[in-house]
Design a protein around this ligand. Sequence first.
Ligand code: HEC
Ligand code: HEC
Length: 390
Amino acid sequence: MGTKIGQKLFWAVGAVVTLVAFNNCGEGFIMSSVSGGSAYFSTASGETCEEAIVKVYANTFHPFLAQTCSGCHITDGPGLGVFGSQDVKTSYVAFAAVGAAKISSQAVNASHKPPYTGPANQARITEINTYWSAAQEKYAECLVETGVTAPSSAVKSASVTVPANLATTTAFQTMTFDLAAATPSTPLTATIEIRRAVVGGVTQGYEFRNPSLRLKNTSSGSYQVQMITIHANDVLASEVTTYQNVNAVISTTAATNLSAGTANALLVMTPNTTDKIALEFATLRSTSATNPTPTPTATATASPTASPTNVTFSQLVASGGVFTNSCVSCHAPGKASGGLDLTNYAAARLAAANIKSRMNNANNPMPTSGILAEAQRNIVNSWVDNGAPQ
Ligand code: HEC
Ligand code: HEC
């Protein structure tokens, strides 16, 4: 039966709470009615990992959300997050920011927005999650495999026991992970805030927020990270998708917050004081060796021809350019976040004023992970100020 994988994941991290229980062995509900039989993750036709997972999304969560939640969770609608959008990619970006677990738990929550939400959705949500969990495992493997280009691609911390007082308080506590002790050893320190998740007075698992990375005090260098997965008791919590859209460069000893949005990640399980959490970062690699950005060191050497006033679109999208390094993981065909494709000159030029304003707005920054270093912003600023030449 098709529910095996979901069951394994949830049982492995403790007794299942009924919220997202995998106990419906397909009775009366057939996934092919949702998926046309194509819910499986596959890169066999040359899809990128991202394209493959969006395809699974298009056959699992998307039809459900676009049908059931579209009354409110759409652009300018009253709901929080536009995952009810009819457009698959718009819906997916919003879905990834909130996470499968939280969406699933609200979908079956009778006190969210009945009759749209409630136990009537349980069978369908269970079925969808069966396929989604399996696909998430493959997606994580795919990212790790395709990211193997540099010394390290996936770095998993050692497991750390949850803070002892989680049982007695619901305040967030910080857990710290030393990645120098990880394999491969990486001179970074990671943190994440954790608390016991209480929904409607009942403990439902753990909530996470504000994952961060920083260089260890005595270290230098620059590291790019694209995704965080959470492991509970050494099992990948594949339903927690909140931090799969990260794209950040870590180059200081000040903590960089890696959360793309404000949603907390929810891990449904029965907490135990002996639970252990580990964080895995993929693709995590050193970018210092290749010195990726055309930095204004050229200006500093007083060479007028190399000044940022000559910046062209081609430079921004070349290997090592600012758009390439910091934007196209989200703003490219097939990912077009906010509808914006930054590999397309016409589109980038049209959005030039917005690009400058978002890149320099610390309260609503692009990239979403935080405002870039001044040197990088200046490159783009001068491109915009100069009429956004090709
Ligand atoms: C009648 C309007 C309405 C409908 C229908 C609706 N929602 Fe919501 N939803 C809201 C509103 C308003 C909020 C923000 C305030 C709140 O949490 O109640 C919200 C918040 C949420 C959140 C929290 C988002 C976050 O970032 O923390 C989730 C998850 C969610 N809804 C899921 C769903 C799902 C899944 C469905 C469909 C099965 C759905 N909602 C249907 C109005 C709606
Ligand atoms: C982690 C994903 C991610 C990264 C990386 C990212 N963006 Fe975005 N961007 C989004 C999302 C999601 C939206 C839509 C929501 C919003 O506006 O906040 C968006 C919206 C925008 C918009 C507004 C939409 C429009 O059409 O005007 C601009 C401009 C923008 N991004 C520019 C950039 C630039 C420039 C970079 C790199 C310096 C960048 N973004 C990096 C996810 C990302």
